[in-house]
Design a protein around this ligand. Sequence first.
Ligand code: AMP
Ligand code: MG
Length: 404
Amino acid sequence: MTARFPLMIPFEDARTYVLARCTRRAPTLTPVSDALGLVTAVEVIAQESIPPFANTAMDGFAVRSSDVATVPVQLRIIETIAAGHAPERAVGHGEASRIMTGAPIPAGADAVVMVEKTSVSADVVTVEAAVGEGHHIRPAGDDVNLGDLVFAESTVLTAGHLGVLCSLGMNEIETYPRLRVGVISTGDELVDDGGVLAPGQIRDSNRRTLISLLTTDGFVAVDLGLVHDEEAAIELALLRGADQCDAIVTSGGVSMGDFDYVKAVLDRVGDMRWMQIAIKPAKPLAFGTIGETPVFGLPGNPVSSMVSYELFARPGLRAMMGVPDPIRTAIQGVAAEPLARRPDGKTHFSRVSASHEDGRVVIRSVAGQGSHMLTSMARSNALAVLPDGDGYVEGDAVEVLLLN
Ligand code: AMP
Ligand code: MG
């Protein structure tokens, strides 16, 4: 097959090439409030225990378990302990302290009886259920002990991780920085002012889709604007991007057309490789650097630009942010209908809808697979990976990339 289509680079080779040049940025100290989705550059070692003190898991009464071995039994209530307040009295023999969830266990007590198993009259509580030592007590360090390794280096911080950092009293953490990624769309035909279209004009959609993809993936998208097919303007936008951003994503001007000036400029100011990759859509890709700044020259066709982002820019940018497994994991689905294609030496990434049905991921094609037909992207939630050949028939196992 390769002999028939000799000029194309295999998909995996192209992605490997890109990933090898997308190195992590230097770590920085980041406020926990800004760290969602970032990757830790250090091990997190607990400087505090969680919980910091033994406390009750229930509203009820702190007692000596030996006092409630035989029930019912009456105990004298000596104080009420609310969450956030220190106990003032030790619980002696025949005594109990009323206690609220999260409040510290008072000295002397070694168990809590939930309020539902008690009745109160004046300052006497009748305990109706026997409880053993430690009952309903959450010991200090039950979740994390001082000195524990809490998170390994290269942990992607989710909501739960950030909560743990707050529980440990950490306001800052050493992470790889959130990437600032500049987006430029290029093309003389493009307008973005919402006005009436002159002959030959179309509206710029790629800048919005790319900015949205970047935002979804946790990067800071920097809108570097729409640039017409003029070398000077393209050069200015690219150099500005290289100066202000950690990476640049462009759309358009990387194919074989006469006015593909992005190519000319990048060749002059950057160190680029122009690739024809054995995939459909998104065959052309320019990738390289301006100085230290990686540049992803994505194709202009709207679907191609989104697919190229998914297959190359997203993994590369995630790797730059320190994500240990930057490539999206494909899952296996079942074709609910034929997913036909013709042999052409390329892997096809077909827009599909994936839905969970009877414990399986069921795949259906969406209409309009042309690389200019962006509505298919809007209607799909996955890309089916169709290896070179004749495609799949109903019931076949299909690899899919779930996009959301
Ligand atoms: P190019 O890669 O510049 O040759 O463009 C390929 C196709 O994509 C052409 O039909 C362009 O008009 C279209 N195109 C390029 N950039 C955009 C954009 N930002 N938004 C919508 N369509 C675009
Ligand atoms: Mg163009």
